[in-house]
Design a protein around this ligand. Structure first.
Ligand code: 4AD
Ligand code: MG
Length: 459
């Protein structure tokens, strides 16, 4: 019977005959046998294999094993006399499945920089840190679905190709069919818009999620989103994943509650279920991470309005690169100062000026601000952006006109305010920013398997 190393290492299978498959991390020879450390990706730990020199391929193969070689090992699991591990596998048979030339294999025993590893994104999940990130990311994704399932939300698959720029920021990648066929060309030979109008990759699934919220009640979409912004920061990607719940009959208060509950639920879950990987981050990536995350789970988030945020920033003696006055958008430096220095915990900032937020946000009674909410966390800044949506037909229509949104193209969105319109709200949680926060990784490029940033999309 073959097992994953995670199971073998638990120590519940002592004396069992078993087979494991994995990749060699290191080999060390003694007089009469070799220690071969094997990792199969199921967990952080390696299984120590004891390969005796009486094995038939000992001299020919086992003694030539190096990092990266794939092996299949059958034998008996025994209690290990060594410190730091419960179990070792005494090999009765060790088969080499795939060799890795040590002259060429880029992952050597020393520690590699994350910048270097980014250039070998096809091999970096074989390292301890990136393997741990991949497992935590997978668990978080699973946990997102669990969170919504427990609360009766339906998942909606919103389109990746879209004709509306939800955020109105003009940061869409446009798409074209690269076909030379006559059908895709006008009579003058010009490439024809494949969908009959300009289309692009979605920046957010929100507008379509609203459609389903106004039929099914509570829904969420969790998919890839794309932004053609020329940002070279440790928090921006050109392709990232976003979790976007949308709730009918729900105001900004309910929206904020869901967002806070969700962040706490997800962090609590990985603290409980990804212990070993999380300890690695706590030791090597961000000291004190576990305590920090536990305190986020246990503490109420801070609440303040945008106007209060501006006041707090102006009162501070700090000199910011971007000057602060009522009406400016909060920059990362402002967000981080508030959440890290002033409050020292996650913050929910509400009621931003109407001019700096997208057309779909509900206008407050003051006529100047909208029912927006951003959640800011220490070390990252904005992790969630959301709002109550404008449900009043006339107000929405005039906001769309002001924002230059094509009314004819968005009749469907206005229709939702014509036929049984209700207050509704939602938000977007940047999945990579969540993984970054949860693992303490300094750069967002380390928390997505294949990062895409301006000028960078290797595999
Ligand atoms: O604040 P944003 O732009 O909000 C929306 O797109 C709304 N339509 C969401 C909604 O209400 N349904 O983006 C939401 C979140 C941000 O708070 C941030 O966490 C993440 O998405 N985000 C990015 N993450 C990585 N790289 C980028 N370039 C990002 N831009 C936004
Ligand atoms: Mg935002």
């Amino acid at each position: 019977m073959s097992v994953r190393i995670e199971k073998a290492l638990k120590g519940e299978m002592i004396d069992a005959e078993t087979t494991v498959h994995g990749w060699v991390r290191t080999r060390r020879d003694t007089g009469s046998f070799s220690f071969v450390e094997v990792n199969d990706g199921s967990c952080l730990g390696n299984l120590q294999v004891i390969a005796d020199n009486s094995l038939s391929n000992y001299d020919e193969e086992i003694k030539k094993l190096t990092a990266g070689c794939a092996v299949s090992v059958s034998g008996t699991l025994r209690e290990s006399p060594a410190k730091g591990q419960k179990v070792e596998l005494h090999a009765a048979k060790l088969e080499v499945i795939g060799w890795a030339d040590p002259e060429e294999y880029p992952l050597q025993k020393k520690r590699h920089s994350f910048e270097f590893l980014r250039e070998i994104s096809h091999l970096r999940p074989r390292t301890n840190a990136l393997g741990a990130v991949a497992r935590v990311r997978s668990r978080l994704s699973w946990s997102v679905h669990e969170f919504f399932r427990e609360r009766g939300f339906f998942q909606v698959h919103t389109p990746i190709i879209t004709t509306s720029d939800c955020e109105g920021a003009g940061e869409m990648f446009t798409i074209a069919a690269e076909s030379t066929g006559a059908k895709n060309r006008d009579s003058d030979g010009q490439q024809r818009d494949f969908f009959g109008k300009k289309a692009g990759l979605t920046v957010s699934g929100q507008l379509q999620a609203e459609v389903y919220a106004l039929s099914l009640g509570n829904v969420y979409t969790f998919g890839p989103t794309f932004r053609a912004e020329n940002s070279h920061t440790s928090r921006h990607l050109s392709e990232f994943w976003m979790i976007e719940p949308e709730m009918a009959f729900c105001d900004l208060q309910g929206n904020m509650r869901l967002a806070e509950d969700m962040l706490k639920y997800l962090l609590q879950d990985i603290l409980g279920s990804c212990g070993e990987d999380m300890q690695l981050f706590d030791r090597f990536i961000e000291k004190g991470l576990l305590g920090k995350l536990q305190s986020v789970v246990d503490t109420d988030f801070g609440h303040l309005t945008y106007s209060e945020a501006i006041e707090a920033l102006q009162k501070s003696k700090k000199s910011f690169e971007f000057p602060v006055s009522w009406g400016v958008d909060l920059q990362a430096e402002h967000e981080r100062y508030l959440t890290e220095q002033v409050y020292g915990k996650p913050l929910i900032v509400t009621d931003y000026p109407e001019e700096i937020k997208p057309f779909y946000m509900r206008v407050n009674d003051d006529g100047k601000t909208v029912a927006a909410m951003d959640i800011l966390v220490p070390g990252i800044g904005e992790i969630i952006g959301g709002s109550q949506r404008e449900e009043r037909y006339d107000t929405l229509r005039s906001r769309m006109l002001d924002a230059g949104v094509d009314i004819d193209e968005h009749g469907w969105y206005l229709d939702l305010r014509k036929y049984g319109s209700v207050p509704h709200s939602g938000f977007g949680l940047g999945f990579e920013r969540l993984v970054q926060y949860a693992t303490g990784m300094a750069n967002i490029r380390e928390v997505i398997p294949f990062p895409r940033t301006p000028g960078f999309a290797p595999c």
